[in-house]
Structure formats: C-alpha cells, structure tokens
Write a protein that binds this ligand. Structure first.
Ligand code: ADP
Ligand code: MG
Length: 259
C-alpha cells in the first residue's frame, strides 16, 4: 500500500529562461521545493530574483523551461489554486461582492448562493457594508481585503499570493497580515506567499524559502519557530524575531544592495 503523501506541491529542478539564444535570460535555476498540505511557505528574495516566475509556474500560468511541478489532486469540484496579486487584481466594473463571488460564478454557482458565500467572507474582514462599492471607491487596503475574500470564497486547494500587501502602508499591512492569518487559521489552506519583506515572512510563514538574485535559486530554507495563532504586531517584541530577522538579512544583504 502506498504511504501517506508527504507533500501538496512538489517542485523539482525547475528552471525558466525567457527569450531565445543570445538574448535569453535565465530567471530561475535549480528550484526544488516540497510544500506540505496545510503549510504556509513564504518565498523571500530581492526584486527580480524569480519569485513571480516560480509562483506563475506553480499556478500553471507559465511553462517551465525544465523541471516539474506536481500537485496532489484537489477534492472533486474544488479549484486547484487561486492567485492573489499585488494590485489591480479586481475587476473595476464589478462591485466588492461581485468580485468576491467571481470564482463561484465561473463555476456556475447560482447568484443567491455565491453572494451569500461571498458576504460571509466580506463580513469576516469587516467589509459587509461595502458590498456594493466598486474598487475605485475602496482604499488600497480594502481592495486587497476583497482580493483575499475572493481567494478564500473560491475555496481552492492551494493559495498562491504574489506580494499582496507590498503596496500598502506599514499599518495597513500589519492589519491585513492579521486578517490573513485569522482566515488561514480557520481554513488551513496550503499557501505559497511571495514577499520581499523579512518581517512579513517571519510573521506569516511556517518556513521561509530565501532566494538569491538572478538567476534565482534557493539559498536557504529557514524554519519559523513561532507558535500559532500568531499576532504579527506582538511578534516584533520577541527577541527571537529580531535575531532571525538579522540572520535572514545577512543571507540576502549583498543581493538586496545589488538589486
Ligand atoms: P521577482 O518576482 O522576484 O521580482 P520575476 O519572476 O518577475 O522576479 O522576474 C525574474 C527575472 O525574469 C527578471 O529579470 C525579469 O526581468 C525577468 N522576466 C520576468 N518575466 C519576464 C517575461 N515575461 N519576459 C522576459 N523576462 C521576464
Ligand atoms: Mg514579482
């Protein structure tokens, strides 16, 4: 009998070159990673190191030049993955509730049910009364809340997040991190979260995959020791947080200066 499957996502020896011949650019090299079911993994590295490329290949939006991505199949009827982007991920012509319900609409769920499910998540992140607002009527933080709600409403097997909080101010970012953790504690999705923020990776992740600059490779995988549920603001007063933050900074310092 086969043993238990130890991974949800298995990435093996991934490489990606953009362009052909002399003008080709190697964006990713030797990238291998197993992500366990229900695990929250952060991909951390300087700008241009291939984080988005790795995530898009995992999402099936981009073809690898070499290597493979295997994911264990989702439950019947469940989408394999949902992606959350830094900005501009919402449809400007749809209201908050329509945006949040979009994945369900694509799957043919009737209007009443999909709006009820979308409203449940909008309520959990404090946006119930903004249900009929369009994205341009919402603040940046609210728009990213709607993006989070949309991803969770869709109930995917895997959540792939590409710097979803990078454009937010420091306080809003902290609040959104708390809200994401609360949703994740309740739903326990398998998450790959791309960030260039060391504090953010330490606040959110079970493990941090530290990448080097071009061509992007994995430099080190750092386990995050903090117990859950976590409070991202309180964590900053933890001496271990400061120690790990400095350790990771030393791993990426040279490349961060070069980037
Ligand atoms: P990151 O998300 O870490 O900032 P990316 O994955 O976006 O990095 O990009 C990695 C490298 O690949 C960069 O040098 C970038 O310019 C290049 N790149 C990304 N997408 C493309 C593309 N579609 N065509 C050509 N080069 C690309
Ligand atoms: Mg990117």
């Amino acid at each position: 009998m086969a043993g238990p499957v130890a991974f949800k996502i298995r990435v093996q020896a991934l490489a990606k070159a953009y362009g052909e011949g002399a003008g080709s650019h190697l964006a990713l090299r030797d990238f291998s990673l197993d992500v366990a079911e229900g695990e929250f993994v952060c991909l951390l590295g300087p700008s241009g190191c291939g984080k988005t490329t790795a995530l898009r290949i995992m999402a099936g939006l981009e073809q690898a030049s070499a290597g493979s991505v295997v994911t264990t199949p989702p439950a019947a009827g469940q989408p394999a993955n949902s992606m959350v982007f830094q900005e501009h991920g919402l449809f400007p012509w749809m209201t908050a509730v329509q945006n949040a319900a979009y994945g369900l609409e694509m799957r043919g769920v009737g209007r009443r049910e999909r709006e009820a499910r979308a409203m449940a998540f909008l309520g959990r992140i404090g946006l119930a009364r903004f249900r009929d607002h369009y994205p341009h009527q919402l603040s940046g933080g609210m728009r990213q809340r709607v993006s989070l709600a949309r991803a969770f409403v869709n109930d995917p097997d895997i959540l792939l997040m590409d710097e979803p909080f990078a454009a937010l101010d420091a306080q809003t970012k902290l609040v959104l991190q708390e809200e994401l953790l609360a949703l994740w504690e309740a739903e326990r999705k398998t998450v790959v979260f791309v960030t260039h923020g060391i504090d953010e990776a330490l606040a959110l992740g079970d493990r941090i995959v530290v990448m080097t600059g071009a061509p992007g490779r994995i430099k080190q995988v750092v386990p995050v020791p903090f117990a859950r549920p976590r409070d991202p603001a309180a964590l900053r007063a933890n001496p271990e947080f400061g120690r790990l933050s400095l350790e990771i900074w030393h791993l990426i310092e040279r490349e961060a200066h070069a980037a």
